[in-house]
Design a protein around this ligand. Structure first.
Ligand SMILES: [Zn+2]
Length: 511
């Protein structure tokens, strides 16, 4: 494999016009993207085994300071080369690759990696082996099998000419994997397809509706060892796997064509009820993003002026009462919006409850059991009043410590004792939980599932599906306005489409 230089190319964000409104819109998009990048993309590149790789990440020079600060540690560790560019054409790309690989070998392999995707630990090694073995002077390479992660589970997908595309070529005037839109490379050069184990990961999230779930349901436990990123979905039961294999997966495959074959197959295996179940599942799966059957969960923390000492950084989650009321006016009459309140602040009862009642709205209140009756927090009487007013009361822990990394005894305190304490206050079972600081990992999920929570609410900033056990939410921050909620969250621009459009545009400009 000597003499092959492998460069991953990632566009983090694209320059846009300087219009004030767009800057704000971009901020929300960036927040979601950096979370996904840190959760899936960066750790999976860092975990590559048996392969040396250089990673160039393009950023808009007008990026906010906080974004560049969050990128800085990755650059300092040598994981990636951040490059600030307003425009990336062939000359810039060649210049940046040459700068990142100061002593080029005989051949260059470039691979596109989207900022919200992940790769298996052997992804680069497999590509490099194939690129070194080929006799073509220039060839496109694809690993055809990957995984799709969504709130509904983990799916295995065969996609021959996917976005994880590579080009192997000489160092003399390289065109790179960005020279054509990803599925068009086979049109212009010989193409090598690698099958075998799934080696890439797409994450279905709110801003990414074009990546709706495809493929067949698989058990995450079978894939965790090859992916150094959290595959935080519950393990499907044997029956769910059977239903998926027999009905839902064939239905997904043919959903744009005839469904008769799948229907026959489904009826044969499951009978009418099973088939109806599977169809219902499929309806949920098909409804990614802001259409009628998806949910937008909004999460509030404090409203007005805090009356207790806040944790570091917490004040940025407090919004003023007027903005709160305006946001309620925007979401009133929108059944796809669900509201929740974390942290058990006194403002839940003093400000939120009357405003909700005035509009006939309900919400979930995730309370911190250890804070009840403390100054600035809800009293037990107020929690009872919320419950009696038709609000759902959930568990947000005993002490508000993050739930990740807890030992069994601390888990018992946060997940079990806090829940029991809250249940005794309201005189009813507590079925739902919200994760303090939004942090979780597989151990958190496994334990909460074992404790039969009905739903677990995260802070993952994407749309949710009705009935999903995990409910991602958008937390409101100070400075967010009702107009922003309406434009950015209720009518999300499609960043996938935006990025795709820009990539196609760039590819065309280079010709
Ligand atoms: Zn909290």
């Amino acid at each position: 494999m000597t003499g092959l230089d492998h460069v991953l190319l990632t566009r983090f964000n694209l320059p846009t016009g300087g219009v004030e409104g767009l800057v704000r819109a971009r901020e929300g998009w960036l927040r979601e993207r950096i979370d996904l990048f840190e959760r899936y993309c960066a750790p999976s590149v860092a975990a590559q085994q048996g392969a040396k790789v250089t990673w160039i990440v393009y950023l808009d020079p007008a990026s906010p300071a906080w974004l560049l600060e969050r990128m800085a540690p990755y650059a300092a560790s040598g994981l990636l080369h951040p490059v600030l560019r307003e425009h990336v054409g062939v000359p810039e790309l060649r210049e940046d690759i040459a700068a990142a690989v100061p002593e080029p070998g005989e051949a260059l392999l470039t691979t596109n990696l989207d900022n919200d995707d992940g790769i298996a630990v052997d992804f680069c090694a497999r590509l490099q082996a194939a690129a070194s073995a080929t006799t073509h002077t220039r060839a496109a390479l694809y690993v055809t099998r990957g995984l799709v992660l969504s709130d509904d589970g983990l799916f295995q997908l065969d996609d021959r000419h996917n976005a994880f595309c590579s080009v192997r070529e000489g160092w003399d005037e390289p065109v790179t994997s960005w020279s054509e839109y990803h599925n068009e490379l086979p049109r212009v050069m010989p193409t090598i397809e690698l099958d075998g184990s799934p080696s890439w990961l797409q994450v279905v999230h709110g801003g990414n509706v074009s990546n709706r779930v495809r493929g067949r349901l698989v058990a995450p436990s079978a894939h965790r060892s090859r992916f150094a990123v959290p595959l935080e979905v519950r393990e499907p039961s044997a029956r769910e796997l059977l239903v998926d294999r027999a009905v839902t997966s064939p239905l997904r495959r043919v959903r744009d064509g005839s469904r008769a074959t799948a229907r026959r197959a489904g009826l044969r295996v499951l009978g009418k009820d099973g088939y109806a179940d599977a169809k219902a599942t499929l309806r949920t799966i098909r409804s990614g993003g802001p259409d009628g059957s998806s949910l937008l969960n909004l999460c509030f923390h404090g409203i007005g002026e805090p009356a207790r000492e806040l944790e570091p950084g917490e004040e940025s989650y407090w919004i003023d009462a007027a903005t709160f009321a305006e946001i309620l006016d925007v979401v009133k009459g929108r059944p796809e919006v669900r509201l929740s309140f974390d942290d058990a602040n006194a403002s839940d009862a003093e400000i939120a409850l009357p405003e909700l009642r005035a509009r006939g709205l309900t919400a979930s209140f995730f309370v911190v059991a250890g804070r009840l009756d403390q100054p600035g927090s809800l009293t037990t009487a107020q929690v009872r009043e919320l419950h009696a007013s038709g609000m759902t009361i959930g568990n947000h822990g005993m002490t508000h410590c993050p739930w990740r990394g807890l030992d069994r005894r601390d888990q018992d305190v946060e997940y079990v004792a806090a829940r029991e304490q809250i249940a005794s206050v309201i005189g009813a079972p507590v079925l739902d939980a919200a994760l303090p600081l939004g942090r979780y990992d597989r151990r958190v999920i496994d334990r909460l599932q074992g404790l039969d929570y009905r739903s677990v609410h995260t802070s993952d900033r994407r749309w949710a599906r009705e009935g999903s056990w995990m409910q991602p939410r958008y937390s409101l921050h100070r400075g967010d306005t009702a107009a922003w909620v309406e434009q950015e969250l209720l009518r999300p621009p499609s960043p996938a489409a935006q990025a795709k459009g820009a990539l196609v545009g760039a590819a065309k400009r280079w010709r």
